[in-house]
Design a protein around this ligand. Structure first.
Ligand code: SIN
Ligand code: FE2
Length: 217
């Protein structure tokens, strides 16, 4: 295996960083629940396996995805949408694990969004070489609710721009255990993940996992 080794002995980072009005990065907020979260991701993926979905333009995404909660974000040749059923299995998505919902509600409250109750969680799995292009999250019905995003495993470079596609874009490393909350004036800001670099993380191996909580329905 090539690439950097990311150790568990790195000092926990607990800073809070405002990325924009309404957007707060809570460093290390998910470290305390890392083992529960990772075990729950495994359970979800047993019932709803990770898959590389196809964009409306017909390209397979480099990020593998699954979902849990009342609805899951899906893309295929027909477009982007939330679907209460997993199109691969025809069954409802797995229930959202309690430790997921608790973490999302807690982080949102901490960032100034009390009462956030996610009904959908998209789970993104990045192997080295995977990336997510700049986009807005706007398929959710209630845009007054924030997005809560949890990073686990290999570090990634997050791009955070503005509401317009050609607004300037800043870059922030997202590390294992970081939680990012954005809403209010930054709810429709463009964001993306640069190509994941090679590496090995003691908790996830050569992977980055991301949980993105939304109020979709
Ligand atoms: C997303 O925008 O859905 C994912 C962001 C991330 O992987 O951090
Ligand atoms: Fe997104």
């Amino acid at each position: 295996m090539t690439g950097e080794l990311f150790g568990q002995d790195d000092p926990p980072q607990t800073a809070r960083l405002a990325l924009a009005e309404g957007a707060l990065l809570l460093r290390g907020h998910a470290v305390a629940s890392q083992d529960r979260l990772l075990a729950a991701i495994e359970q979800v993926a047993l019932a709803a396996p990770f898959r590389n979905m196809v964009t409306p333009g017909g390209r397979a995404m480099s990020v593998a995805m699954t979902n849990c909660g009342c609805a899951g974000w899906v893309t295929d040749r027909r477009g982007y949408r939330y679907d209460p059923l997993d199109p691969e299995t025809g069954r409802p998505w797995p229930e959202m694990p309690g430790c997921f919902a608790d973490l999302a509600t807690d982080a949102a409250r901490d960032a100034g969004y009390p009462g956030f109750r996610p009904d959908a969680c998209l789970i993104n799995r990045y192997a080295p070489g995977a990336r997510m292009g700049l986009h807005q999250d706007r398929d959710e019905r209630d845009l007054a609710q924030p997005i809560v995003s949890v990073s686990l495993g290999l570090p990634a470079m997050f791009q955070f721009g503005g509401r317009r596609r050609n607004d300037p874009v800043a870059k922030y490393p997202l590390l294992h255990g970081d939680v990012l909350v954005w809403g209010g004036p930054s709810r429709l800001n463009h964001h993306g993940i640069l190509t994941l670099r090679d590496g090995v993380h003691p908790k996830t191996g050569a992977l980055r996992l991301n949980l993105t909580f939304r109020h979709a329905l």
